[in-house]
Design a protein around this ligand. Structure first.
Ligand SMILES: [Zn+2]
Length: 294
């Protein structure tokens, strides 16, 4: 009830109405509800402050709640990258508030489907380096760190591994990876030079996008996951396309080939057998009285 009350408040602000309250008309809304830039969420999972291969950009932050499948995938993928290319660290920015709704500094990040991922970085010579924060990478792959007046390099090997793992994780269902054109070019050039499968590179290039209506995302990667079919039924919506390589949507086709053929043949149905009339059964205690006896 408390959660729904908070949700109702958030939704009221964002949408001018409490559309997500459980009513007889919409009893099943749960999980990621509504759009990334106007939604809310229930049953969110919080990203831990740190774990194998990752840490939060804001350890004390309150906006690290997201869809459980997203949070679990981030921790799993960070740990795998730490095993395969040890030495780097994935620094993870904001997800969403526990119950979703508007959070400072973001237009979206409201329904548990968005997360900011800082780029893996190295020294200019290529040694892994913890991310210095939101620093802007130029087309040459270098970023100036204003505090120290020094440069860091985009760690394209780990960034590609991250993109690849996100795109190929069936439970993630990447809708978009918002990123600048310059970073996208470096990452996809690297993937092609490595001889990665063309279909994978195509999918990565398709989801990587420099948004036209917000900052160019040259200082972080913004991951948005698509609504799963189950989530869509429960109120999740929008934010981009449902790509054809994501897990298939439920089909309304008949499973049985035999049934399909029978329908296609359009043969008249066999006449129903008419059941014989049912003999009336006497109820216990009301046995007919033998008429000849009276
Ligand atoms: Zn973001």
């Amino acid at each position: 009830m408390k959660a729904w009350a908070a949700l109702c408040g958030a939704a009221s602000v964002a949408l001018g109405g409490c559309f997500s309250a459980p009513t007889p008309l919409a009893p099943g809304l749960a999980g990621s509800v509504g759009m990334p830039n106007s939604g809310v969420q229930t049953d969110a999972l919080e990203l831990p402050v740190r774990g194998k291969g990752f840490e939060r950009y804001r350890p004390e932050g309150r906006n690290h709640w997201g869809r459980p499948r997203l949070v679990q995938a981030l921790t799993r993928i960070a740990a795998e990258i730490d095993d395969e290319l040890p030495g780097g660290k994935l620094v993870i920015g904001d997800l969403a508030a526990r119950h979703g709704g508007r959070i400072p500094g973001h237009a979206s990040h409201r329904s548990g489907r968005d997360v900011d991922l800082l780029f893996y970085t190295t020294t200019p010579a290529g040694a892994p380096l913890p991310s210095p924060g939101f620093v802007r990478f130029e087309a040459d792959g270098l970023a100036l760190v204003p505090d120290s007046n020094s440069y860091v390099r985009l760690d394209v090997a780990r960034v590609w591994l991250l993109v690849k793992k996100l795109v190929t994780a069936p439970e993630v269902g990447v809708q978009f990876l918002f990123v600048s054109r310059a970073v996208e070019a470096r990452v996809s050039d690297y993937a092609r030079a490595r001889g990665e499968p063309l279909e994978l590179v195509y999918q990565a290039q398709t989801v990587m996008l420099q948004p036209g209506d917000s900052l160019p995302h040259d200082d972080h990667l913004h991951l948005r996951i698509a609504c799963s079919p189950e989530e869509t039924i429960a109120g999740c919506s929008g934010g981009g396309p449902y790509w054809e390589w994501l897990p298939p949507l439920p089909s309304n086709q008949l499973e049985s080939q035999a049934l399909l053929e029978a329908i296609a043949a359009d043969e008249p149905l066999a006449p129903l057998e008419v059941a014989p009339p049912i003999e009336p059964v006497a109820e216990p205690g009301s046995l007919p009285v033998a008429r000849g006896a009276d």
